[in-house]
Design a protein around this ligand. Sequence first.
Ligand code: G4P
Length: 289
Amino acid sequence: MTIQWFPGHMAKARREVTEKLKLVDIIIELLDARIPLSSRNPMIDEIIQHKPRLVLLNKADMADQSVTNEWVAYFAEKGIKALPINAQAGEGMKTIVSAAKEILKEKFDRLRAKGVVNPRAIRAMIVGIPNVGKSTLINRLANKNIAKTGNTPGVTKSQQWIKVGKELELLDTPGILWPKFEDQDVGLKLAVTGAIKDTILNLEDLAVYALRMLEKRYPERLEERFKLKEIPNDLVELYDHVGKLRGCLAGGGLVDYDKVSELVVREIRSEKFGRISLESPRDLILEEE
Ligand code: G4P
């Protein structure tokens, strides 16, 4: 899905999420485990205000596990529970309900103290940027046989709730929010991970960014995959090496740099360099120093 975000769209998206906020007990904020900050809406705190929230680090199957653990600790330090999940395979689904219950324990305890014997199910809404996996997660949680509970008083007629077991009800439409794309670094990370597919960014810029990122974070994998004794400083040298190795050639045996760029981007997106995380909480510490 390609969405062009204009100020009007942003205002509308924000309005929609704000309206639905009133209907739910908790916000489930879906992030990409490989880029938890770059896949975040820049105004999320302002939009959801003090509503309780659970962060899900989706596509954890594609991220570097040790870095994902660091992110979980990072969010915990901020008082936010974060869970790594894989919506595609349905991993971590059970933990979502128990974490939501835990986060809302006080609220529901208060209800019980007021004499509500059988408090209703927890109501939740999923929010996230395009392609982070919202629909995949909703389908997973709904167990593919979406049981709709019908209209609830005070709720727009078209608004449906999906039952997730007995204890959770999910709004069937997620809140779609925009990423912080005015930041070029964020745009590049979104494009490298495939969140922005038909990239408006130049393919060569993307490949160069991917190569530099691999060189910084996973140099051994770059060396191994492209059979390098050491990574050349000179990009042209690197492109020439990869082009010859992989047969990305134009007429006359010259290396076709566009083909090399395409290959690099395709391979990084299809996990040929293994599970990678493009940002880690350590970067933030370094930035602050
Ligand atoms: P959205 O509603 O937030 O826009 O995202 P959506 O569910 O459409 O998911 C976007 C892409 O991410 C889909 O791939 C989906 O399969 C993939 N995806 C979602 N969750 C996970 C996950 O936990 N792990 C992995 N590896 N992938 C995930 P696609 O390429 O658009 O389609 P397809 O490959 O399923 O055909």
